[in-house]
Design a protein around this ligand. Structure first.
Ligand SMILES: [Zn+2]
Length: 280
């Protein structure tokens, strides 16, 4: 899933390529693509795209009368659409402009969870689902992080980092990388991390987000997960770049927690059937 750095860099690219173009049509291709009834997208027809921003993992397209929030979910992409074919592969919705290519929201797979929300201008951040997001992950101070830990106590740090209501913009990949960089077990409880833990997590978030953004900004399109910079995510069985210990995994349905025992759990290997098999 694209996370803060990927979505931010993509919002910047779309802004560069499409700002100033006049919207002539918004077409939902599947009936679940447009998540809101009011305002109608037609309210923005004839208006130029003023800018493209981001909140959490949402891309926000700004017109004079309407803000559109686009969420890519797991396999979604917002693509430059030269062809504008009648039945685009994985097509969810299309923004058509007065000239040049369209913007096509696609989603791989069959989940159909990516979508577009329309709001009257200025209302997007105050309306669900954007209003339900926690603070932007890379802007949180150590003091606020400590307060968030206490507010979300009895949560494991890996789950906390991925919880968009607690902190916006991070996902499974960055949660793995942040815990590794902060030398914290992904299963540590938030309320036990204290002042030092909060400071380490804040520093790790900023470093990993900066690293991801720097890489993503060199690209002309959104990276695939395997190409993104990092030390542990998706590297089960490889040596830890910091200490050389073997990166371990705990598998969940749909995702993997990767960690380094020496750096993060005092050398303890956490129980996981898949990993034990893998290392035999
Ligand atoms: Zn290590």
């Amino acid at each position: 899933m694209p996370e803060l750095p990927e979505v931010q860099a993509h919002a910047e690219r779309v802004g560069r390529d499409f700002a100033g173009r006049v919207l002539v049509r918004f077409t939902p291709i599947t009936f679940t693509a447009l998540k809101t009834a009011v305002p109608p997208p037609e309210a923005a027809y004839g208006e130029p795209l003023i800018g493209v921003g981001r909140r959490g993992k949402f891309i926000v397209l700004e017109f004079e009368s309407v803000q559109f929030a686009v969420h890519l979910m797991q396999g979604g992409r917002l693509l430059v659409d030269e062809k504008q074919s009648a039945k685009p592969r994985g097509g969810q919705a299309r923004f058509v402009f007065d000239e040049g290519p369209a913007l096509l929201l696609t989603e791989a797979g069959t989940e159909r969870r990516a979508g577009v929300w329309a709001y009257p201008r200025g209302q997007a951040l105050m309306s669900p689902p954007l209003s339900e997001l926690g603070p932007e992950a890379d802007t949180v101070s150590p003091e606020l992080m400590q307060a968030l830990f206490l507010e979300h106590k009895n949560q494991r740090i890996h789950g906390f980092l991925r919880d968009q209501h607690a902190l916006a913009g991070l996902g499974r990949r960055l949660a793995n990388e942040i815990c590794h960089r902060a030398r914290i077990s992904p299963f540590a409880m938030t309320h036990k991390l204290g002042e030092q833990g909060a400071a380490a997590v804040v520093a790790a978030i900023r470093e990993t987000v900066d690293e991801g953004l720097t890489y993503e900004r060199t690209r002309s399109d959104m990276s695939a997960s395997k190409d993104r910079p990092g030390g542990v995510h998706g590297r089960t069985g490889e040596p830890c770049p910091r200490c050389g210990d073997t990166i371990r995994a705990v598998e969940y349905s749909g995702y993997t927690v990767n960690y380094c025992p020496t750096c993060q759990t005092g050398g303890k290997v956490l129980a996981d059937n898949t990993t034990s098999r893998f290392l035999k």
